[in-house]
Structure formats: C-alpha cells, structure tokens
Design a protein around this ligand. Structure first.
Ligand SMILES: *[C@@H]1O[C@H](CO)[C@@H](O)[C@H](O)[C@H]1NC(C)=O
Ligand SMILES: *[C@@H]1O[C@H](CO)[C@@H](O)[C@H](O)[C@H]1NC(C)=O
Ligand SMILES: *[C@@H]1O[C@H](CO)[C@@H](O)[C@H](O)[C@H]1NC(C)=O
Ligand SMILES: *[C@@H]1O[C@H](CO)[C@@H](O)[C@H](O)[C@H]1NC(C)=O
Ligand SMILES: *[C@@H]1O[C@H](CO)[C@@H](O)[C@H](O)[C@H]1NC(C)=O
Ligand SMILES: *[C@@H]1O[C@H](CO)[C@@H](O)[C@H](O)[C@H]1NC(C)=O
Ligand SMILES: *[C@@H]1O[C@H](CO)[C@@H](O)[C@H](O)[C@H]1NC(C)=O
Length: 340
C-alpha cells in the first residue's frame, strides 16, 4: 500500500498501518480539538486512553512534512514499530498546560530523522520510547539510529528531548544537534527505573542553546511508574556512553541533577564545553548520585562524579559516519492527464 496525502484535509485522528506514507502540504493544519479530551482526562471521566493525532504502526518509509498540528488530544506524532521515518519542517502547537501533548514520540522505531521542527507543548517536545517493563522486555524492539536536528522547543514542564521512561526494548544511537529551547524544564533527559531492563546507550548531543531552564542536564534512575506490579526487580536498565558538548544555557535554576541507580551507576557520561548561567539557586547547582563520567571546560564546575580533565578531554564523541536515513529525500516528479 502506498498512501499519499497532500494539502489540507479534515481528519482529526489517524491510525495507519502502511508500507509508504507521505503526509505533506503547503502548511495545512490538522486540529485535534483536544480541549474536550483534556477536560475529561482532568476530570477522570475517561475509561480509555486518549487517541494520538497521527499514529503510524508498522510503517516503513514515512515522510511527514510542512504541516501544522494543533491541539492534539494526547501525543501528536507516534511512529511505533516503524522504520525510515522522516519528520521535516512541521509545527506542533498545544497549550503549555495541556496534559501529555508530547510532540513526536519515536517508539520501538529505527532510522528516524526529525528536522526543522518547532514544537510548543504541554509535555516533552520529543520523547523516544521502546516499551514498558515486562511487556517491553518480552517484545524486545529497540529505538535506534535516530537523528534530531534543528529543533526549537518550548516545554515549561517537560524535556526538550526525553529518552524513556518506557525504554524496555532499549534505546541506542541517538544523535541530536542544533537544539534551541526557550522556557523548558530540561534539555535531553534520561528517565528510567528498576524493572525496565534494557539500556539507553550511545546518546550524542551537541550545540544546544537553552534559555530559561530548570535543569540543563537531568537523568533519573528512579522514575517509578509501572504498568502493574509484575515487573522484574532484577531487570536493571543500563545507561552508558552519553555525550553532551557545546551547550550554552542562560537563566537556569540548576545545572544538573544526575541520579543513577544505586549499585548500577550510569557510566560513560562525557560533558564538554558547557556554559550555564545559574540564577537564584538555593539547591546545589550540581547534584550527582550513582553516575560516573568526565568533563572539561564546563561552567559552573561539575560535581565530583563528573571530574574535569581540561587537558585530557578535548571533545566528547559524536559519530561522524552518516546514517542511511540522513541522505533520504523526495524525488520531484510531475504528470499531466491526457485531455479526454
Ligand atoms: C465510563 O464508564 C462509566 C461506567 O460504565 C460510564 O457511565 C461512563 O459514561 C463512561 N464514560 C465515557 C466517557 O465513556
Ligand atoms: C517543504 O517546504 C520547504 C520550504 O518551502 C520546501 O523546500 C520542501 O520541498 C517542502 N517539502 C515537501 C516534501 O513538500
Ligand atoms: C533482544 O534482542 C536482541 C537481538 O536483537 C538479543 O541480543 C537480546 O538478547 C534480546 N533481549 C531479550 C531480553 O530478549
Ligand atoms: C560510544 O559510542 C560510540 C559510537 O557508537 C562508539 O564508537 C564508542 O565505542 C562507544 N563508547 C563506549 C565506551 O561504549
Ligand atoms: C528567568 O527565569 C525565570 C523562571 O525561573 C522567569 O520567571 C524569568 O522571566 C526569566 N528571565 C528571563 C530574562 O527570561
Ligand atoms: C564551545 O561552544 C560554543 C557554543 O556552542 C561554540 O561557539 C564554540 O565553538 C565551542 N568551542 C569549542 C572549542 O568547541
Ligand atoms: C540530591 O539528589 C538526591 C537524589 O535525587 C536527593 O535525595 C537529595 O536530596 C539531593 N540533594 C540536595 C541537597 O538537594
């Protein structure tokens, strides 16, 4: 099946299984009319979860471009069990107090490229996920090879990019660059908890410009939130090989809260060339527990767990190889219908 949707149209919620899907337009708008749903959710009147605005399941070769999505009932774009997904030049707008209106959530999906997007949201602008506790471990489908570039985000109560908290299929090889955030809670945040199993590894972030943030760096190994009490307490997630470089942040409350898992620390954290202008902090500017790493050229001075080696650390890794999804584009073509 090959589906092409072009221009303005009037669906509100789409759930699609497909081989190739192109949703593009001259900046048409899809209005999810979420207000009714948010009200019912807040009043606990819903017996079922809310729908997502665009949900793509088991899709290969997807392009979503040049559209505006407003007022989604819940998440806006949810590619799940999908691959080769490009989201380019889209605008997502939801009131900053609307519940769970995540922007784009690649979920157990690989080779995903998200670029030139502007997102204002009541939850994470982007959240990468891969399954929840014992169900995600059994299904075992990771999210990997994900490129995010030139993202602008406003998310006062959530992350610019969240990894997790559902990550039980694993999250690997995420490359984020040229990220701008205005008034957001945290930058690229890792969220996990005992019972999730799997891993979050090989995460690379460079060139973030952050204005008005609660935390520049935030990792949480005790997130909690289980679907039920059948999770395996021995399923300890591994978090390793996480790099952040060239970050400028102003008007931040705390530089970092890095909290690993007792007995299973988050390792291989590298932080390089960061300037955070911290204002009005009563709490410690860096609070680190159960994490290990290195840093260099970071202001204010990091915690003892991420010591500075200004001479030895001259950069943090960022892979230079090109992912297959990087070069994909649309071929231009035209046809003319024969006159009858
Ligand atoms: C939820 O279920 C209750 C009890 O069955 C029912 O009265 C109510 O109308 C349902 N709410 C919605 C939004 O369907
Ligand atoms: C999206 O818009 C940009 C800028 O107008 C244009 O260059 C690009 O070709 C458009 N992409 C698609 C797939 O329509
Ligand atoms: C998940 O799949 C990978 C291979 O794709 C395998 O190496 C790993 O052991 C699997 N994990 C679990 C928990 O089944
Ligand atoms: C971190 O990831 C990079 C890129 O995949 C890889 O080259 C490097 O070996 C990894 N480092 C560790 C310590 O796993
Ligand atoms: C700085 O951040 C505070 C919230 O912590 C906000 O109220 C204030 O407007 C911000 N100042 C500027 C100049 O953005
Ligand atoms: C440090 O980061 C700043 C801001 O992103 C950038 O302009 C500068 O070139 C970086 N310096 C090095 C040595 O990478
Ligand atoms: C630092 O973080 C730990 C773990 O989250 C927390 O228990 C502790 O209260 C924090 N310390 C301060 C001084 O805020």
């Amino acid at each position: 099946m090959f589906i092409i949707v072009h221009g303005l149209f009037a669906i509100t919620i789409a759930s699609i299984i497909c081989v190739a899907f192109i949703l593009g337009g001259n900046n048409g708008t899809i209005d999810g009319q979420g207000e009714t749903w948010w009200k019912m959710f807040r009043n606990k009147e819903l017996n079922y979860t809310r729908g997502y605005l665009i949900e793509l399941m088991y899709c290969k070769q997807v392009l979503i471009s040049n559209i505006t999505l407003v007022n989604s009932p819940s998440w806006n774009v949810h590619p799940v069990y999908s691959s080769h997904v490009i989201v380019s030049g889209i605008t997502i707008l939801a009131p900053v107090n609307s519940p769970n209106t995540d922007g784009i959530d690649p979920d157990s999906s690989s080779n995903v490229r998200i670029e030139d997007c502007y997102i204002v949201s009541g939850d994470d602008c982007i959240a990468i996920k891969s399954g929840w506790d014992e169900y995600g471990i059994a299904f075992n489908m990771s999210s990997k090879h994900i490129v995010i570039r030139r993202l602008t985000c406003i998310s006062p109560t959530s992350a610019v990019i969240a990894l997790g908290s559902e990550m039980s299929g694993g999250i690997q090889d995420v490359r984020a660059e040229d990220i701008t955030a205005i008034h957001s809670e945290s930058g690229v945040r890792i969220k996990t908890t005992i019972g999730r199993g799997a891993y979050v590894k090989d995460i690379f972030v460079r060139r973030m410009n952050l204005h008005t943030m609660k935390w520049v760096f935030w990792m949480t190994g005790t997130y909690g939130q289980h679907p039920d009490d059948k999770f395996d307490p021995k399923a300890i997630p591994v978090v390793q090989n996480i790099s952040y470089s060239n970050v400028v942040a102003e008007n931040v409350t705390m530089a970092a809260k890095l909290e690993g898992i007792p007995g299973a620390p988050f390792t291989g954290i590298c932080i390089y060339n960061v300037t955070a202008e911290v204002v009005k902090s009563k709490k410690p500017i860096w609070n680190c527990t159960d994490v290990e790493g290195v840093s260099s050229h970071v202001t204010p001075t990091p915690c003892a767990q991420i010591p500075e080696y200004p001479d030895r650390i001259t950069h943090c890794p960022f892979p230079e190889d090109d992912l297959p999804v990087n070069g994909v584009g649309l071929e231009e073509c035209a046809y003319q219908r024969a006159k009858p």
